[in-house]
Design a protein around this ligand. Structure first.
Ligand code: GCU
Length: 672
């Protein structure tokens, strides 16, 4: 490219960058909040505040109930209600707090717009804190972000000052969060930059917090453990050193002075090269408690991540449990251990992490990934609620039958001071926020599940489709049959389809290195850490494929409670969808379907490809029901997904066939 052309592109890029925050609004990108009200309403509320003003405004603008009705908003203490909970009636919302009123308003409007019944109900959230984790860097890039740059941070040459455009964008963001009950945002990457704790950055955090506050969204920060030595001029960051303790206390004081409702810290320590207490021969508890003590007087919390593994020979899937279980009971009550849903890393399918339910004397919070790092980025249509539902409903058996992950983390089984759930955000400056129109459903679904962890994926999909795609005046029965039904079916199948064409039967981490997009089961350069290469995970050889985590292997099964441990340990009772997670399985092993493992693998990959082709057909048929922009955008993405699925299938089958040495079954399409 010539210098001239380069310049032209960069000027264009600059213009686009300047206007893109505005585009969210201009493009009508109101996510699931695009419907306007259809009637007038009188709102009666004896108090006023910024949050209550929003509640009133939302009701007036979104009201679709009886025209001229009166709605009472009542702030009154009621023991049956938690902080954000509310009592709902057709014409009344009662809550203990202003945010409770706001959530009640969104619930009422959503029910009106989706045609759900509105009866007298007391509604409380499952988790106290429902938090988005933004992996946003201070220079505006986003780790594992596929929807453009950060909505919070910009290249370092730009000023940190808050502009009107910022405010508009953050208001839309806060409103979207509040409408689904999300009440917290960690504003920066878990691989934290020490800069975040310096005054100019904290000033911008204050600017963000001021906009998010009326919507009930608290701000949190990821912090670098070694900040005292990196920006504080200290010789050490040892958590037991008095100067270090004082440094954190002073820093926390400085933060609360400008952000009185600051939520607290998220910490990735001694994980993937990040500094941590172990650098000073201290434990995770020493590190987390030191910060927790500093935050305690202000009501702040520490979310301490358990995503740890080293280069040791021990099975990576076992390491977090090994490190954290001995510390159970040693953490302050304002520390929550944040645990990824699975024991490895956000794979298309993993068993739940054995830490859930096992840590009985410590608050534990789930972390799921909304951004599709391992699930086709923002190109593939993958609705993630079924994955999260499967995870939340998994029975840990830790306190008897029915000790699901959901119940072990939301305070139903163990009494813990704080409950929380986090989702790694998929939001960026892209005009549709998430890169793929259907990826918005994952933001929506995370919020809804965080609010009510008993909701089904189907109900959430149903709501989201109606709110996002139903145009006013659409003929109901026709729309239901020809849009809602097929699109919902497609969404509900999409996660299993992705598992099928990427990593069926418990295969995991076999994608190409670093960018984690396409297939790469063969990738194993000599000098790379073994536990970062796919062959470490699939262990394919002439005798079979899969990681032996049974008693005769790494014995990861022993980290699960009975009867699950025995069920997983036995190759004959281990669920087929996790077979290769737990067992190195012979190629000719017979599955319950009657097929050999090899044949089953071929069928799964082939099914995945066919499912995506079916999604394309489904989408082509709905053209009359959706605007041309969204129709074409999604059609193009599905075409790419279908081609990618084919590549996944062909690459994986041809790769594994060199070990199985078995033919592709006659009735599936040959790899091309
Ligand atoms: C994954 C991801 C990293 C991220 C890490 C984490 O490994 O690829 O980008 O930093 O998870 O969750 O800390």
């Amino acid at each position: 490219m010539t210098a001239n052309k380069n310049m032209k592109y960069s000027v264009l890029g600059l213009i686009l960058m300047c206007i893109s925050p505005l585009l969210h609004a201009e493009d009508g990108h109101s996510l699931w909040l695009r419907n306007k009200g259809k009637g007038s309403v009188n709102v009666v509320c004896s108090k006023n505040s910024p949050t209550l003003a929003l509640a009133k405004q939302e009701l007036r603008e979104g009201w679709s109930g009886n025209a001229g009705a009166t709605v009472n908003l009542i702030l009154k203490t009621d023991k049956a209600l938690k902080a954000d909970g509310f009592k709902l009636k057709e014409n009344q919302i009662q809550a203990n707090t202003e945010s409770g009123i706001l959530y009640g308003v969104y619930e009422l409007l959503r029910r009106q717009q989706t045609g759900e019944v509105i009866k007298e109900e007391t509604i409380n959230p499952s988790y106290e804190r429902r938090i988005l984790n933004h992996w946003d860097n201070p220079n505006g890039t986003i780790e594992r972000g596929y929807a453009g740059r950060s909505i919070f941070w910009r290249p370092s040459k730009d000023s940190l000052g808050v502009t009107e455009k910022d405010k508009t964008l953050w208001t839309e963001y806060a409103r979207a969060n509040a409408s689904v009950g999300i009440n917290g945002a960690v504003l920066d990457n878990v691989n934290a930059d020490q800069k975040m704790l310096t005054a100019p950055y904290l000033e911008r955090v204050k600017g963000i917090a001021d906009i998010l506050r009326p919507y009930g969204v608290k701000t949190y920060l990821s912090v670098k453990f070694s900040s005292p030595s990196m920006i504080g001029g200290l010789k050490t960051s040892d958590p037991l050193n008095p100067e270090v303790i004082k440094w954190w206390k002073d820093k926390v004081k400085e933060i609360y002075k400008i952000i009185p409702d600051f939520g607290g810290f998220l910490v990735k320590a001694n994980s993937e090269g990040q500094p941590g207490p172990q650098d000073y021969k201290r434990t995770h508890a020493d590190g987390a408690n030191m910060m927790a003590d500093a935050l305690k007087p202000y009501g702040g919390i520490v979310m301490w991540r358990a995503f740890v593994y080293s280069t040791s020979d021990e099975d990576r899937a076992k390491q977090a449990y090994g490190e954290f279980m001995p510390l159970d009971g040693q953490f302050r009550d304002n520390v929550i251990i944040q645990v990824k849903n699975g024991p490895v890393d956000f794979q298309p399918r993993e068993p739940f992490s054995p830490l859930f339910g096992a840590m009985k004397k410590t608050s534990v919070m789930p972390e799921v990934q909304i951004t599709q790092e391992y699930l086709g980025h923002s190109t593939h249509l993958v609705y993630l609620a079924p994955m999260w539902e499967e995870f939340l409903k998994s029975d840990t058996y830790q306190a008897g039958v029915g000790s699901t992950v959901a119940r072990c983390t939301d305070g139903s089984v163990y009494s813990q001071k704080h409950t929380a759930i986090a989702g790694v955000s998929n939001i960026g400056l892209d005009t549709n926020w998430c890169g793929h129109d259907f990826a918005q459903s994952n933001w929506y679904a995370f919020g809804r599940l965080a609010w009510d962890n008993k909701l089904t994926s189907e109900q959430i999909a149903d709501e989201w489709i109606k709110l996002t795609f139903r145009n006013e005046g659409a003929e109901s029965a026709d729309w239901n049959n020809n849009f809602l039904k097929p699109v919902k079916e497609m969404m509900l199948l999409s996660r299993e389809a992705a598992v099928n064409y990427m990593m069926p039967l418990g295969l995991h981490h076999i994608m190409s290195a670093n960018e984690h997009y396409g297939p790469g089961p063969w990738w194993a350069p000599a000098r790379t850490r073994k536990d970062w290469t796919p062959p470490y995970f699939h262990k394919a050889d002439l005798t079979g494929v899969g990681f032996d985590r049974s008693k005769t292997g790494s014995n990861a099964v022993s980290q699960y409670h009975e009867p699950l441990a025995s069920q997983l340990n036995d190759i004959n009772t281990c669920p087929a969808e996790l077979l290769l997670w737990f067992h190195h399985t012979p190629w000719n092993f017979k599955l319950k379907t009657g097929r050999t493992l090899w044949d089953e693998m071929c069928y799964k990959y082939d099914t995945g490809v066919k499912q995506v082709r079916q999604f394309q057909k489904t989408w082509d048929k709905i053209e009359p029901y959706v605007d041309a922009d969204r129709f074409t955008r999604i059609q193009n993405k599905l075409r790419a997904q279908s081609q990618n699925a084919q590549v996944w299938k062909d690459a994986c089958l041809l790769y594994f066939q060199q070990f199985s040495k078995m033919p592709i079954p006659y009735d599936i399409e040959r790899p091309v």
